[in-house]
Design a protein around this ligand. Structure first.
Ligand code: NAD
Ligand code: MN
Length: 417
């Protein structure tokens, strides 16, 4: 009976979120600078889907029976049970405030835990509205706790806390390392980390070029580049390089930059001032190291934290902009003729390949050191598909069945009879 109640409460929460989707999208747009249309479809839309999806897992968490190799095998029964961990803490960033909350919280709750979630200090609003909706959905008191505050105070306290047994984190690699250390020193908390990325997108000359241009654009400029899987580096095959760059620049010129609440806006302001300043500096470094700045590179001359959609070409492996993540609307292009350096990065979150040659696509996808590979598409995340990085992009998965294991512990029981 309890599991059925769980599913019911979950579904009711998803319904309530959907009923409030315009309000949530407006708050998210104001708080994060995401254009309203995208906030409605992606930020809020996918959050609703995530709760619907995990509602279905509440009563499907099960172990298995295991034949063990003993002298008298018929006299043993070994089985596993998956148990909730207990009190889990979740710390998230500001780029998709509600969606990051949903990805982690839905799996955490479906697994039977309680949660203390800290939103990013600059974007706490939809998390607070969410708290109100969980009360309306009749989650029992104390199950969902939203605790806004700074990283150094509230975030740090959660990683240090002796009663928290699991910490789920999305954010920068730098803070992720610090959190992992605190989790170890305090009480060996279970930890999962979704960290930064510098995802390679490889475009071969035998691709569907129209689609490659369209998806290449969204791989970088989606959500004004504040996207963890944003393509951090594009590798374009020599024979199509110049055409690709020209077409991208033409598309950028058509983008409407402006008020995120205006339904016709394509490109809103960056999330906050410090982030905007970081992007200005980032581009200055690119110019100084003699990458070729083809378009943009500056703050837009209007009130607000607007940054021009930017394109750099002739980017060499050793350059700062080839190595460091920008997390902004900055396309970093390198030409290739043979030999690929797509794995020449400490990150391993996502990657993409465009080619009509299926063998080539599958060969490259096998070689890519990244938790997600998109072939002839990009940004195609789905609630049912596990998401998470390799290397210094972290470990552990959000979404899909795999996400549940991040918030469960496995008990193995052996009986002799
Ligand atoms: P950040 O690491 O500075 O902050 C993330 C969260 O951690 C915030 O809530 C912050 O308050 C908190 N925090 C800061 N210091 C802390 C501490 N000492 N202890 C505990 N918590 C602390 O990241 P940011 O600058 O806010 O966000 C941008 C970064 O997040 C980018 O590097 C981006 O790649 C990454 N990101 C990754 C993903 C992913 O899925 N892998 C998704 C979104 C963002
Ligand atoms: Mn930060």
């Amino acid at each position: 009976l309890f599991l059925i109640v769980c599913m019911f409460v979950f579904s009711r929460l998803a319904d309530l979120m959907e009923q409030h989707q315009e309000e949530l999208a407006t708050i998210e747009s104001i708080d994060s600078g995401a254009v309203y249309t995208l906030a409605l479809k992606t930020h809020i839309g996918m959050s609703v889907q995530t709760f619907r999806y995990f509602a279905g897992w509440c009563d499907k968490i099960q172990g298995c029976t295991i034949p063990i190799n003993q002298a008298r095998p018929n006299r043993n029964l070994t089985f596993t049970k998956k148990e909730p961990i207990g009190v889990c803490a979740i710390v998230i960033p500001w780029n998709y405030p509600l969606m990051m909350l949903a990805w982690k919280t839905a799996a955490c709750l479906a697994a039977g835990n309680t949660v203390v979630l800290k939103p990013a200090q600059v974007t706490p609003l939809t998390a607070l509205k969410f708290a109100e909706l969980t009360a309306l959905a009749k989650f029992p008191k104390g199950v969902v706790n939203i605790l806004p505050g700074s990283g150094s105070l509230v975030g740090q306290r959660l990683s240090d806390h002796p009663d928290v047994r699991k910490l789920g984190f999305t954010g920068s690699t730098e803070i992720g390392k610090q959190i992992m250390k605190s989790c170890a020193v305090s009480n060996v908390k279970k930890v999962s980390l979704e960290l930064g990325g510098k995802s390679p997108l490889i475009i071969f000359n035998d691709c569907d070029l129209d689609k490659a241009v369209r998806m290449g654009m969204s791989s970088v400029f989606f959500n004004k580049g504040e996207n963890c899987i944003a393509a951090g580096r594009l590798f374009i095959e020599e024979s199509i390089h110049d055409t690709f760059v020209e077409r991208v620049v033409n598309e950028i010129k058509k983008m409407k930059i402006g008020d995120p609440l205006d339904r016709s806006t394509d490109h809103g302001p960056q999330n906050h001032k410090a982030h905007l300043d970081k992007l200005v500096e980032y581009c200055e470094k690119g110019v100084k190291e003699r990458a070729n700045l083809v378009f943009g590179g500056k703050q837009v001359n209007r009130p607000g934290f607007f940054f021009e959609p930017t394109v750099f070409t002739d980017v060499q492996d050793h350059m700062y902009i080839a190595i460091e993540e920008s997390f902004g609307p900055i396309m970093i292009i390198s030409k290739f003729s043979n030999g690929l350096r797509a794995n020449a990065t400490e990150y391993g979150l996502a990657s993409g390949v465009f080619t009509r040659d299926i063998s080539k696509a599958l060969y490259v996808s096998e070689k890519l050191q990244a938790g997600t590979v998109f072939i002839n598409t990009y940004n195609k995340t789905d609630v049912a598909a596990p998401f998470g990085g390799f290397k210094q992009s972290g470990f552990g998965k959000d979404l899909g069945q795999e996400a549940l294991n991040e918030y469960l512990k496995i008990k193995c029981v052996t009986v002799e009879y």
